[in-house]
Design a protein around this ligand. Structure first.
Ligand code: BMP
Length: 276
């Protein structure tokens, strides 16, 4: 069986990277392949939303640089919530510079991402040295990296040969690169003649997920959990505004209801997939 029909639990057993294993185990334990993306600008909104959705998710995705009243105590609260509700953390930093610079951006500055974020991601545009730079910081801490192989936005340039090169870059660093931000399964993509996929198992985390709208008027494109998990073979659905709405999650009951709804849809699609 390919990873398409394998359970999260059986994939966890085989994964060499600690962060990948932890995520897969969390998904299985909580029966949730839902990641919530909490893109709000106030600490209080950020922490309230996470506390409400915590029971229904495997992963919290952050953009900590948008928090206006950021200080390091937000991270400490986030870590407490991660323990309380049993979820992993993914700072969606989208690194895109030379190895030396990304190593500094990952380890240092105000946010010290590597110290608290189990997963982070990078654009493959600089080439393999971006992985070397990030791995020098992240590997000793047991972290995992996702490469942006595709994007959800209209007119994305991350297609075709670019996507294939991203997968080749990942294949060359299996200890640290655990998968992709992408819109579909990537097993075997970009293999050259005579190469085989072996037992590679990339995790696919997929943004651009929404049940009620097709887009946001700024290029975002939404697909349903069923399209993403069952039809495209992705592993984790990433949902932001579909869960916390237009009012920064002011109504906790509404946020909870949406989190339950997306969790349910994502899990149903997975169960159908492994039964295929
Ligand atoms: P929303 O569900 O509200 O559209 O949010 C999607 C989130 O996923 C945002 O945080 C965005 O930065 C991120 N994202 C995306 O939408 N498409 C991509 O291709 C890659 C992303 O990281």
């Amino acid at each position: 069986a390919t990873s398409f029909t394998q359970t999260y639990a059986s994939r966890a057993e085989k994964h060499a990277n600690q962060a990948a294993r932890a995520l897969l185990e969390t998904i299985e334990r909580k029966r949730s392949n839902l990641c919530v993306s909490v893109d709000v600008t106030k600490q209080a909104d950020f922490l309230r939303i996470i506390d409400v959705v915590g029971p229904y998710i495997c992963l919290v995705k952050t953009h900590v640089d948008v928090i206006e009243d950021f200080d390091y105590s937000v991270i400490e609260r986030l870590q407490e919530l991660s323990t309380k509700h049993d979820f992993q953390i993914f700072e969606d930093r989208k690194f895109a510079d030379i190895g030396n610079t990304v190593a500094l951006q990952y380890s240092s500055g105000v946010h010290k991402i590597a110290h608290w974020s189990h997963l982070t991601n990078a654009h493959p545009v600089p080439g393999p040295s971006i992985i070397t730079g990030l791995a020098s910081v992240g590997l000793p801490l047991g972290r995992g990296l996702l490469l942006l192989a595709e994007m959800s936005t209209k007119g994305s340039l991350a297609t075709g040969a670019y996507t294939e090169e991203a997968v080749r870059m990942a294949r060359a660093s299996p200890d640290f690169v655990i998968g992709f931000i992408a819109q579909r399964r990537m097993d075997g993509v970009g293999l050259r003649e005579g190469e085989s996929a072996g037992d590679e198992d990339f995790l696919i985390l997929t943004p651009g997920v929404g049940l009620d709208t097709k887009g946001d008027g700024m290029g975002q494109q939404y697909r349903t959990p069923r399209q993403v998990v069952l039809e495209s073979g992705c592993d984790v659905i990433i949902v932001g505004r579909g869960i916390y709405g237009k009012d920064n999650g002011a109504n906790p009951d509404a946020v909870r209801a949406q989190a339950e709804r997306y969790r349910e849809e994502g899990w149903k699609a997975y169960q159908e997939r492994i039964a295929a």
